[in-house]
Design a protein around this ligand. Structure first.
Ligand code: GLA
Length: 376
């Protein structure tokens, strides 16, 4: 990928420039908790986005996306929003940097990525983070890493229509090889957890049902949670208990009640999983993952038939834990699988899924890697 980017950059803009990379993410547990002020437990992965970038002395951005074989050229004023969806992420990052008082000189750039789009692995956060990071360095703005993650998040909110939480951009900026990160999305305190299971592997099974959060009911989920919190007299669901929720059951819709019930349970599960991991108790980790899956499916209603099928199949195969990962509405399951049944499970997932849905899922092993960084 590096060579491809360099060659293209050379051909389009000349040789001078710097290279940066950033990563997609997985999340072991803690789904739809971030925008509720709860805990998440993500890690960056070895699939990401790579760019080459150089100032061009102009008041505009010229960007070429290798994956779309497409060039976008746009100014940096609010009214200059580009047509291409992929370029809007870069534009959003430029605008959000400027809004924070950062300087942004016009630049040329070539971008390529290997995060499968629509798999729930946050290809968009990888794209935002790499540009937030590179633009910050290139212009000497000195914006800290948290704020760079927020630049990505605000890009989603203000330029891409997704009212996402901070998890994906955080993981993409703070990711560290071999470590999951527990983040408290209320206080923004975080802790790295070395993750080197010896008897298990993490495997992603991608249903290839395209997940797209833009225009999806993702924002509705968030609004449900906000209504439920408000009914309890709180800003956030974080810290609410089932007793508190039951006390306002008559004042909120059945749907909002179910959404909040999931989030309250999920907050506890993240902490339980972290404790279990520290104790090397993978059985408990796995059990919690299944609970999350069925909570996301039945209470939060962000699963789909194919993902429920994959979680059920995993359980039948004796997989330790399995659940839908990320925003939902398609994408991957994340599976905690004992080494000795790994090949069997993968083969079974391939064949059973294909027999039922007419195509094989994609299988990716998870390698926990570094987040946003400059390349040599
Ligand atoms: C998407 C969002 C995140 C988070 C997850 C669900 O990935 O971008 O902020 O809400 O969904 O946990």
């Amino acid at each position: 990928m590096k060579t491809k980017i360099q060659e293209k950059f050379n051909a389009l803009f000349g040789a001078e420039g710097e290279m940066y990379a950033s990563a997609g993410r997985v999340n072991l547990i803690g789904e739809h908790t971030d925008y509720n002020g709860g805990y998440v437990f993500p890690g960056a992965i070895d699939k990401g986005v790579m760019i080459k970038i150089a100032p061009n002395g102009l008041d505009k951005v010229r960007a070429y996306a290798i994956d779309f074989e497409e060039m976008a050229e746009f100014g940096m004023e609010e009214s200059d929003k580009p047509e291409q969806a992929w370029a809007r992420y870069i534009f959003g990052v430029v605008r959000e940097t400027i809004k924070r008082g950062g300087k942004v000189k016009g630049f040329d750039t070539v971008v390529a990525g290997d995060v499968p789009a629509g798999a729930g692995l946050s290809s968009s956060a990888a794209l935002e983070s790499v540009y937030a990071y590179a633009i910050n360095e290139m212009n000497g703005n000195g914006i800290d890493l948290f704020e760079l993650a927020r630049i990505g998040q605000s890009t989603e909110h203000n330029y891409c229509g997704v009212k996402c939480g901070i998890m994906d951009q955080f993981a993409s900026c703070f990711g560290k090889e071999g470590c999951l990160i527990r983040l408290d999305c209320k206080t923004m305190e975080y802790e790295y957890f070395p993750f080197h299971p010896t008897e298990h592997k993490l495997v992603l099974v991608d249903s290839r049902v395209k997940h797209q959060l833009t225009g999806s009911p993702y924002n509705d989920r968030r609004e449900s949670c906000e209504r439920a919190a408000k009914a309890m007299g709180r800003d956030l669901l974080r810290g609410a208990t089932m007793e508190m929720l039951d006390a306002v059951k008559d004042k909120i819709s059945e749907e909002d009640y179910m959404r909040a019930r999931f989030v309250i349970g999920e907050e506890r599960r993240v902490l339980d999983v972290c404790d279990a991991l520290k104790a090397g108790d993978y059985e408990t980790v796995g059990k919690k993952m299944y609970e999350t899956h069925w909570g996301l499916s039945r209470d939060y209603e962000v699963s789909c038939e194919e993902l429920d099928f994959l979680a059920e199949l995993a359980e039948e195969c004796g997989v330790t834990g399995s659940r839908i990962m990320g925003g939902g509405f398609g994408g991957c399951t994340i599976n905690l699988v004992r080494n000795e049944i790994c090949d069997f499970f993968i083969e079974k997932a391939r064949s059973s899924f294909a027999a039922k849905y007419g195509h094989e899922p994609m299988i990716y092993p998870v390698v926990i890697s570094d987040g946003a960084r400059k390349l040599d």
